[in-house]
Ligand binder design. Structure first.
Ligand code: ACO
Length: 376
């Protein structure tokens, strides 16, 4: 929740109230104006108190104050002058603006300005504000949509507003319909409307329950039994169109079905495990034997781990994944030992055998099958 939303909550809870007041002779108005005079006198020390008083109680000046409970205490306010019956009738000149020192920079100034725009439009029919902002308050006014560029026609303000030395003239247009008193509410309605529209055209918000198949220990699941696949237009024939290669194995030319792929990978793995150079690669490297191994190799791999993954029948969905683990094992050996070390030369022989079988077994070619042979 942002600062303004928190203040709105406090308003709803009765802790804060924004009041529009003029010197209408009512005791309550006089009390609030005096409270506001005290805030201005403390926060604007360069302004003579008499001058503040004169403007606050002068009837063409309107004030918007924020009152805090308990104690009915004025904690900030803005006073602006109106020019009824003149060419500047739609203009307000902000004379003073301040928030009690201990409460500054906690969002009250923003809330106050939004209420001031609201009341200026609703009570006085204003369309714009001008103000001479103290140089140290230019940043605050900029954040309240005031600009140094003055776009109002000169005849509608020149000669009406008071010139101040040492201030920067700034302008702010008051929008005819924006809900200044409830910006966060407007934004959340806009967001809800936008999200509603997005939901009409997308399904990203739909959460499916997930598949029970594997939770219940099921094995491979045929593609056409995956919910949504057939509904999305998949057919067995279409699926076969994606078959881009075949496997030569045991004197047969086979499609890369799950069973055939598994058998092919098992054959490749067995060949590697039976290779004369396989011994150092059959099991993970022992940290007892090679204490610094795991501080250098962060992603280890070995033929035993590959065998477990293969046996699970869930890990190596594609030949590329299988080949990637084999590559990782050999590359780790190269990284740890260097390219001329006997261990690496042994690993290299395993690697050459592996890819030799791959090249002669995958038809029409590794390239056509989308299988990449990584270079060491
Ligand atoms: N300079 C630069 N940025 C400021 C200043 C400042 N003096 N004061 C507030 N801001 C920024 C805040 O950091 C905040 O930015 P964010 O939204 O990116 O976080 C934004 O303005 C709004 O801040 P609020 O907390 O809503 O404003 P605050 O409650 O502090 O009220 C005010 C601002 C009225 C200027 C207050 O600081 C104050 O009373 N200052 C002393 C009196 C003063 O200088 N009044 C203006 C004189 S000019 C004139 O009256 C015409």
């Amino acid at each position: 929740m942002n600062r303004e939303s928190r203040h709105i909550e406090r308003e709803r809870g009765g802790e804060l109230t924004a009041r529009y007041i003029t010197n209408d002779g009512a005791i309550e108005s006089g009390r609030l104006l005096i409270g506001l005079k005290n805030v201005f006198s403390k926060c604007l020390p360069n302004m003579p108190k008499e001058y503040i008083c004169r403007l606050l109680f002068e009837r063409r000046h309107k004030s918007v104050v924020i009152v805090r409970q308990p104690g009915n205490q004025v904690i900030g306010g803005i006073t602006y002058r109106t020019f009824p019956g003149t060419p500047a009738a739609r203009l307000g000149e902000i004379a003073f603006c301040a928030v009690a020192q201990t409460l500054q920079v906690t969002g009250y100034g923003t809330r106050l300005m939004n209420w001031t725009k609201h009341y200026a439009r609703e009570m006085d029919g204003l369309e714009a504000f001008l103000t001479y902002a103290d140089n140290n308050a230019v940043g605050y006014f900029s954040k309240q949509q005031f600009t140094k560029a003055i776009t109002l026609e000169k005849e509608k303000w020149a000669g009406f507003i008071k010139d101040y030395d040492g201030g920067t003239l700034m302008e702010c247009r008051i929008h005819p319909s924006l809900p200044y008193a409830d910006f966060p509410g407007m934004l959340s309605k806009q967001r809800a409307a936008l999200e509603g529209e997005v939901k009409r055209y997308t399904t990203g918000h739909v959460v499916h329950p997930g598949l029970d198949h594997w939770r219940e220990g099921g094995g491979p699941l045929p593609v056409d039994q995956l919910p949504g696949v057939v509904e999305a237009g998949w057919t067995h024939t279409a699926g076969m169109l994606y078959r881009t290669y075949q496997i030569a194995m045991g004197g047969h030319i086979l499609d890369p079905t799950e069973d055939n792929l598994h058998e092919f990978m098992a054959m490749l793995l067995k060949k590697a495990q039976r290779h004369a150079d396989a011994a150092p690669f059959l099991q993970p490297v022992s940290a007892d034997d090679v204490p610094d191994y795991y501080s250098i190799i962060i992603d280890p791999m070995d033929l035993g781990t590959m065998e477990q993954r293969l046996k699970s029948r869930r890990y190596y969905i594609t030949l590329n994944m299988f080949a990637a683990d084999f590559y990782k094992m050999v590359k780790n050996c190269q990284l740890y030992n260097g390219s001329t070390n006997p261990y690496f030369l042994a690993a290299r022989r395993l690697y050459d055998q592996f890819w030799g079988v791959m090249r002669s077994s995958i038809l029409p070619s590794l390239e056509a099958a989308g299988i990449v042979e990584p270079k060491l």
